[in-house]
Design a protein around this ligand. Structure first.
Ligand code: 5AD
Ligand code: SF4
Length: 436
């Protein structure tokens, strides 16, 4: 029997990376006899699954490699994977010779080969993994992340992702249904669909199919699986939020009523510069229509402040959308110029101090909005699916519309859905008691 080796993995970035890490763990467990450890010192393999969407984590990568190089045991390997691997490629070996292999975000299926080949590198962004049958591993038994597409066909001028994950290819419906059925039957009642641009599903498959299918059809097909109770997804694009999609979202009872709508900017002029393909009015029309169609829908968003050319008036447009939509959650970032992107070449970059002040104002106003939203949940009853053990006896779960809810209970409630009376609503988490 081969001896068991230990794998330490650090995952940065988005849900897509989380799932890529699960795929790499699965391949290494089933084909290379690795088991996971959370102690880097004892690991035989240290993997860093990187993100390159902003500059800071990329800068941190090399100091991190230095730390791992010092603490790793003799003979242990270091692998760099993910978006920064795709983006920097060979330059990683040059800057950090202690790295043993470099594996891009679109090459994760080659992880076995990577660990067995000295100085392995594969960062090809035209590699097609859309039909690859990965081995099975899920970090949570209660929730299953499932990829529905790889890559991204948009050309947002600020974004490095098309250069790290390549063109968009949808994963065949049969593979997704088989994966969702298997996961749900083994206890993952919540299915979380992943793609850069999920509501563009079905536009291109790697093998030609005359079957026409779109994202709404996919949601309906998954909801036919008996054991699936909840379906979530990220990220949809506001441009592709047509009426068919909104109707399916509103009317399919298994689709959770929480929508991520990445705004990026509230100014139509800036949205044009970003090449987002929609206007402030379109975004507001879709978001307010969702509010009208569904009583307790929650809407989250991503916002970039300080995009090249953003004036005070443009920023006021973003603040105006914040007021009108009252998002339940925002992820706000200062614009970070990225190599290979169009916007990095624009000559009207915003003073970082101005961008920082705008970000601060945005976040302060959002905190007030969140306090008011939390207060409105006092004494409400929410249906919560429990999925995570927290510190000091709390069990955490999510309401259908994605509010984080915590109760003191025994861990037997994990994997179950209960009604919870909210007794102590806070900005970041609602606390309550199970009532049935
Ligand atoms: N600078 C700042 N934020 C960015 N994002 C993507 N690219 C950049 C960039 N160059 C943000 C977007 C995206 C989220 C994942 O990261 O808001 O939706
Ligand atoms: Fe995810 Fe984008 Fe970061 Fe890649 S660059 S890990 S796609 S957020």
């Amino acid at each position: 029997m081969r001896s068991v080796k230990k794998l330490f993995i650090e995952t940065l970035g988005c849900a897509m990376n989380t799932r890529d890490s699960e795929h790499m763990i699965a391949e290494l467990q089933s084909k290379e006899n690795y088991e996971i450890t959370d102690d880097a010192k004892s690991a035989d393999l240290i993997l860093i699954n990187t993100c390159s969407v902003r500059d800071k984590p990329v800068q941190k990568l090399f100091s991190e490699i230095g730390v791992y190089k010092k603490l790793k045991k003799k003979g242990a390997k270091i692998g760099v994977c993910g978006c920064t691997a795709s983006h920097l490629g060979d330059a990683i070996f040059k800057r950090a010779p202690s790295v043993d292999f470099v594996l891009g975000a679109r090459n994760v299926s080659k992880i076995s080969e990577a660990v067995n080949t000295p100085k392995f590198i594969d960062v090809a962004i035209d590699y097609d993994e859309s039909n690859f049958a990965f081995s099975e591993f899920r970090a949570s038994p209660y929730k299953a992340y499932i990829n529905i597409s790889i890559g991204c066909d948009k050309q947002c001028t600020y974004c490095i992702v098309p250069h790290t994950r390549g063109e968009e290819i949808s994963i065949p419906l049969e593979l997704i249904i088989a994966e969702a059925t298997k996961a749900a039957n083994s206890g993952a009642k919540e299915i979380f669909l992943l793609g850069q641009n999920v509501n563009n599903y079905g536009r291109r498959f790697s093998t030609n199919s005359d079957k026409k299918i779109d994202f709404s059809d996919l949601l309906d097909a998954i909801s036919q699986i008996d054991a699936v109770q909840r379906i979530r997804f990220t990220s949809p694009h506001p441009l592709h939020m047509d009426d068919k999609f909104l109707n399916t979202f509103a009317n399919n009872p298994k689709v959770c009523k929480s929508m991520h709508m990445p705004l990026q900017s509230g100014s139509t002029r800036i949205l044009d510069g970003m090449k987002r393909g929609y206007s402030k009015e379109w975004f507001l029309n879709r978001a307010l229509k969702l509010r009208e169609m569904i009583d307790d829908v929650s809407i989250s968003t991503d916002i970039i402040v300080g995009f090249p050319g953003e004036s005070d008036a443009d920023f006021e447009d973003t603040m105006d959308v914040l007021e009108q939509v009252k998002f339940e959650q925002i992820f706000a970032f200062k614009y970070s110029p990225r190599p290979l992107t169009k916007a990095a070449t624009f000559d009207n970059q915003v003073d970082p101090l101005i961008a920082a002040a705008r970000l601060d104002r945005l976040q302060k106003r959002q905190d007030e909005i969140l306090d008011a939203i939390a207060l409105s949940k006092q004494d409400k009853i929410l249906q919560v699916y429990f999925e995570e053990l927290r510190s000091s006896g709390f069990i955490a779960g999510r309401s259908d519309n994605n509010a984080l809810v915590q109760v003191k209970a025994s861990d037997s409630v994990l994997g179950q859905t209960h009604n919870v009376l909210i007794t102590n609503p806070k900005r970041l988490s609602l606390y309550g008691q199970i009532v049935d």
